[in-house]
Design a protein around this ligand. Sequence first.
Ligand SMILES: Nc1ncnc2c1ncn2[C@@H]1O[C@H](COP(=O)(O)OP(=O)(O)O)[C@@H](O)[C@H]1O
Ligand SMILES: [Mg+2]
Length: 471
Amino acid sequence: MSMFSESLRAFLKPVVPFLDDPEVSEILINGPKEVWVERRGKLHRTEIVFTEEGLLAAARNMAQYVGRPLSEERPRLDARLPDGSRIHVVLPPVARRGTTISIRKFFAEKLTADKLIALGSVTKKVARLLEAAVGLRLNLVVSGGTGSGKTSLLNVLSQFIAQDERILTIEDSAELQLTQPHLVSFESRPADRLGKGQVDIGDLLHSALRLRPDRIVVGEVRGGECFHLLQAMNTGHGGTLTTAHANTPIDTLRRLESSCLLSGVELPLVAVRAQVASAVHLVVCCERFADGTRKVTHVTEVLPLDERGEYRVQDLVTWQQTARDADGRVRGTFVWHGARPAFFARLAASGYGDLDERYFGKGFDVPDELPPEPATGELQRAALPEPPRREPERAPPPQRPAQARKPDAPRTPAPPLSKPEPRTEESSIELDPELQREVETRLPTESTLITRNPLERGRDDDTQPGTRRRT
Ligand SMILES: Nc1ncnc2c1ncn2[C@@H]1O[C@H](COP(=O)(O)OP(=O)(O)O)[C@@H](O)[C@H]1O
Ligand SMILES: [Mg+2]
């Protein structure tokens, strides 16, 4: 089956062999004279050349195909073709070396937890932890850079959702492939040529929350909708899964925080932080390595804010690179830090009795793809250095002062670092009473919360920079 319509294939003739090659995942056209392809995660330059006119015609054809403007005034196009492929186009002179196009192919083949294990992206043990996290309805954010495998992992995590749940998915471009029977899927829509008809993630979230979801899966949060999503997570919509563009767990929380600030809701910074820290239970970071592999690099628990109103997190398991082979392959091990998560007590009761004390004990866990060595845990200890015993990580000092904090406001004592307070489902953050009152009065009711920063409205257009990032 061809990936593109016949006319589009005619325009893209020089790269058609790559469109049809299942090993090629992306085609990157940097002007007519330079075409790269990603094959098995690695970029290769090809011999292909286009003519500038031919390439421009291909770009225009794509725009026509999806009914979006692409012109002198609007030289950028972000779109998904009906077969699921994602394209991005930038025209000259903005693109200095000529019409620039990227095509990320859509693979119908589904990634599964077993495949992730076979690829060395996780181990069985890590995968089981993620399965339990979804089963326990923790709120989970997958983070990573562009192409690090966030969406793919979100897809795998979604497979752990029970068959009897009513699932609402919200995405900018439909990439999730859930197979559960009770599924409602929404896809956002940019404005048309006349600037009309836009339906964004925030709008869809607004609808989703009124459609009695058991579970909300959001492709990616990056705008003001983040605030409302976190609020939903904090008020009974447990088990929410989403992704964010960030590299470390603390960065992820900061990213969510800055997205919240786009919501146009006025709140003291510390209250936004409290919202973030109490909404998100686990952050799972992904990374793309130089050898083209993708790995889960952190499964990290988010703890309540510290006494200064800053983030604290606790790594449960992290990836540690130990070597690079002569052929460039990255070697390493998953390190279990010996931290017992706050949800530990609920595991046995929910059918995850195998995730016991030993499971979370300090140890190493080597991906299965490695040559035969004792597989996991205790046996490995002798051969490998002692895993670091980490105190829960604290965020570096904030950039801006927390405005709401009155200098003489009474504070609840911070929980001791080594023994974080267990979080409860409902409320895991204890703000000092005065602040709590302020948060409550400032958090208007849900319907009035769907306010927007008027400046954001105009800019939230997929042909403007910085909004529809392809991640
Ligand atoms: N665990 C993995 N191992 C190898 N390749 C992967 C893995 N996860 C994703 N990929 C590939 O990496 C590319 C980017 O994945 P995607 O999930 O879209 O990343 P992101 O959402 O972070 O931009 C896709 O081509 C996908 O097939
Ligand atoms: Mg993605």
